[in-house]
Write a protein that binds this ligand. Structure first.
Ligand code: KG4
Ligand code: ZN
Length: 331
């Protein structure tokens, strides 16, 4: 029985979660998103300062919600990367402080492993092998997974340029829909026709992605258009192009590797059209689809505690107290 405190601070969310033996007891999230809206994207220095202010109250609130006391904590897990350097440093410094003060191990966690592990909090342990599609503001990766705590993650493909979430954010800015773009595009798309405009579906290699050409195609379409923009149709058609490539490649990765479980995680996994099309295509291919509920798809501390819990169960080595962040951590 181990109680893990997880801390996430790689972007604009200060997330803290408390997990005992793979079960989420309580968590708390504090976001600086409002402070970034007028800049149209996350400003690292602003995010870091917000983490510093929010960290201790967020830890206190998560511990309260979990109905435990800090002195019950057996290990502290923290996102070591990838992410914004200054933002990561605040989380790591806090995690070191808690680990030293409590006299417990410190565990550095890869942010993408956290996104995948979020799913285990709701749907239990992953099977022996699975494929994960991690789609967020910074990543678009297709991964072949074994045991998350023991086996290396095999990287099947990535994006050659923009991440899927980044494309949502940039296209939303282009259409004046605000930030963050994903939820804004999804909302606008509800009133639109996904087949109104056939946008290209550029890719690289069998499992690689590329979204910058799609973003440019939307920009060109907007430039050439006279009169009021059909924003709903543009949003729906853009969203459809992203969802089409993501789901086609994810299902192909499963069938070609003889894997029967697909996990979709990361902020873009909150997208309802992505969930719908993935459900249809997985069902047709005989693949079981696992997607965390939207609140566990975006950055949070529970997912980091979930990996910490797996690592402690597997007897993984502790991280050193002089460990540093790895903002551009590879997989
Ligand atoms: O995982 P996340 O919270 O942070 C990163 O690690 O990047 O993902 C944030 C990204 C943003 O680009 C945001 O626009 C996108 O996820 N996102 C969505 C939706 N909700 C968040 N994209 C599409 N549809 C959504 N409903
Ligand atoms: Zn993330």
């Amino acid at each position: 029985m181990s109680l893990v405190l997880g801390i996430e601070s790689s972007c604009d969310e200060t997330g803290v979660g408390i997990v005992r033996d793979g079960r989420l007891l309580g968590d708390c999230l504090s976001s600086s998103m409002e402070q970034h809206i007028r800049f149209g994207g996350v400003v690292p220095e602003v995010a870091a300062r917000a983490h510093l202010e929010a960290m201790v109250p967020t830890v206190r609130e998560a511990v309260d919600r979990a109905g435990v006391s800090l002195s019950d904590v057996d290990a502290v897990a923290v996102t070591s990367g990838p992410g914004l350097a200054t933002a990561l440093q605040v989380g790591l410094a806090a995690a070191k402080g808690y680990a030293v003060a409590l006299g417990v191990p410190l565990l550095g966690v890869h942010h993408l492993a956290g996104h995948v592990a979020a799913d285990t909090l709701e749907h239990g342990a992953l099977p022996e092998r699975s494929v994960a599609l991690v789609v967020s503001g910074g990543h678009t990766s297709l991964l072949l997974l074994g045991d998350l705590a023991r086996d290396p993650i095999v990287h099947l493909g990535d994006t050659a340029d923009d991440a899927a979430g980044e494309a949502f954010d940039k296209v939303a800015r282009l259409l004046d829909l605000g930030y963050p773009g994903g939820p804004a595009i999804q909302r606008a798309a509800e009133a639109g026709d996904p087949e109104a405009i056939r946008f290209p579906r550029p890719t690289t290699g069998r499992f690689g992605f590329s979204f910058s050409g799609l973003k440019t195609a939307v920009a060109r379409w907007v430039q050439r258009h006279d009169g009021p923009l059909p924003v709903a149709d543009l949003a729906a058609s853009f969203q459809e192009a992203v969802v089409d490539v993501l789901t086609a490649k994810a299902v192909d990765a499963c069938t070609s590797h003889g894997v029967d479980t697909l996990v979709i995680a990361g902020g873009v996994a909150a997208n309802s059209r992505l969930r719908e099309v993935a459900e249809e295509r997985c069902a047709a291919a005989g693949v079981t689809l696992r997607v965390p509920s939207p609140r566990l798809c975006t950055d949070n501390g529970a997912m980091i505690a979930a990996v910490g819990s797996m690592l402690t169960d597997a007897g993984a080595p502790w991280s050193r107290l002089d460990m540093s962040t790895d903002p551009s951590a590879p997989l």
